[in-house]
Design a protein around this ligand. Structure first.
Ligand code: ZN
Length: 389
């Protein structure tokens, strides 16, 4: 066993909770809505430079907010473990950082600036404890994560440009299961239109009623959802077609010109994203033909589906590190959301485990993260690296 007790103890002691909280607070303090994360990425780069690391700024095709990458090598060549986080936040009013007991609050504290700071602290601890005998750490942080403002394009370009490790840890707010499967997802916006202008209902032309066509379409989409529910995984659940919004008309007696619907489509590994789009578009074409309307759709990929082979050695390595810190193994489970781990698997077949601090309020004004648990994540990432690399 290469992780001797001595190195392990030195490493765990090298995690400094105060330094970690300081970095997390500084990251939360910089507003960074998706697409506008340059400031916080600059801040992260400066903090890492001040710690003596060489920081690369690959733009991943988005020079408005270049990403951050640090490669740090152990004593001998070996495998690379990547820690990857996004520093953009959803488009909500900015909430500045505030410490309350064990909680750090503020925009991005949960999703996922504090987790990214914990990953950086793991790197600092590995360096300070001189604990990495072989291999390397690649720490990356980027913008363009949160949909619909971002679509993962910057990270995808970075993966294609070689900013990827042999395995990846992602400190998103999920820690009660070890996720081995996750559904892919897209958002859809559909518009049903008739040719004429909006008009008083008593003057209406012999044109299709877009609300009636929407009702027909809703029935067809619900039937598709029932059909999809036959494709089911015991952990991740079923494929689905979900309708979340429907809008038409301005006042009660106007014959509307357009009806709009919005929702999501989720699918399991094994189903191809291109086939999902084809299936939905052909259903829309059929309804448009039968009803004499024009139906257009905007389909926006969140992420493709995610799968991690439970027998992949990285799973056992991570479980070993988790177990030695907390005394028990993590149950195997599913990832409820789409995250960047999906991209690592879908684009490059790289094993990726999402595991972050105890946190909540993601995508709300009340984000929080447990300060205590951040140190646990830093220790877990650092000890996984020693075992994996
Ligand atoms: Zn996130």
């Amino acid at each position: 066993m290469k992780n001797t007790q001595r190195i392990r103890e030195r490493l765990l002691k090298a995690v400094r909770p105060t330094r970690l909280l300081d970095m997390a607070t500084k990251l939360v303090a910089v507003p960074s809505r998706t697409g506008e994360a340059k400031g916080v990425l600059d801040c992260f780069a400066d903090l890492l430079k001040a710690e003596g690391f060489t920081v690369e700024r690959p733009d991943g095709g988005y020079p408005q907010a270049p990403a951050v990458a640090v490669r740090w090598h152990g004593k001998k060549p070996g495998k690379t473990l990547q820690f990857n986080g996004h520093l953009d936040t959803v488009h909500l009013p900015f909430v500045p950082p505030r410490v309350e007991g064990d909680l750090l609050r503020g925009s991005g504290s949960s999703d996922m600036k504090a987790g990214t700071a914990a990953a950086a602290e793991a790197l600092l601890a590995l360096r300070d404890a001189d604990a990495l005998e072989t291999g390397a750490i690649l720490l990356t942080a980027h913008d363009l994560h949160e949909t619909p403002w971002g679509d993962g394009r910057q990270l995808n370009a970075m993966i294609h440009a070689g900013y990827s490790g042999d395995a990846v840890l992602l400190p998103e707010y999920l820690n009660e299961v070890l996720p081995v499967i996750g559904r892919g997802g897209l958002t859809w916006k559909i518009s049903i239109q008739r040719p004429g202008a909006p008009v008083h209902e008593v003057m209406r032309p012999a044109e299709p009623n877009v609300i009636a066509v929407a009702a027909e379409l809703v029935n067809r989409l619900l039937a598709l959802d029932v059909q999809l529910s036959g494709k089911r995984d015991k952990l991740a659940g079923a494929e689905s077609l979900f309708i979340g919004q429907i809008h038409s008309g301005e006042i009660f007696n106007q014959y509307p010109q357009e009806c709009r619907l919005e929702g999501t489509r989720r699918w399991l590994p094994g189903t191809k994203h291109a086939d999902v789009e084809r299936q939905l578009r052909s259903l829309l074409d059929e309804v448009a033909n039968v009803t004499g309307t024009t139906i257009t759709a905007e389909l926006c990929l969140m992420r493709d589906a995610f799968l991690l082979d439970e027998k992949n050695p990285f799973v056992a390595t991570f479980q070993g590190a988790y177990q030695s810190l907390s005394g028990q193994a993590l149950p195997i489970g599913a990832k409820p959301f789409c995250d960047d781990g999906n991209s690592f698997w879908a684009l490059a077949n790289i094993p990726a485990i999402t595991h972050g601090p105890r946190a909540g309020g993601a995508h709300t004004l009340n984000e929080w993260v447990s300060i205590d648990d951040l140190a646990r994540v830093a220790k877990l990432y650092a000890s996984t690296a020693v075992e994996f690399c």
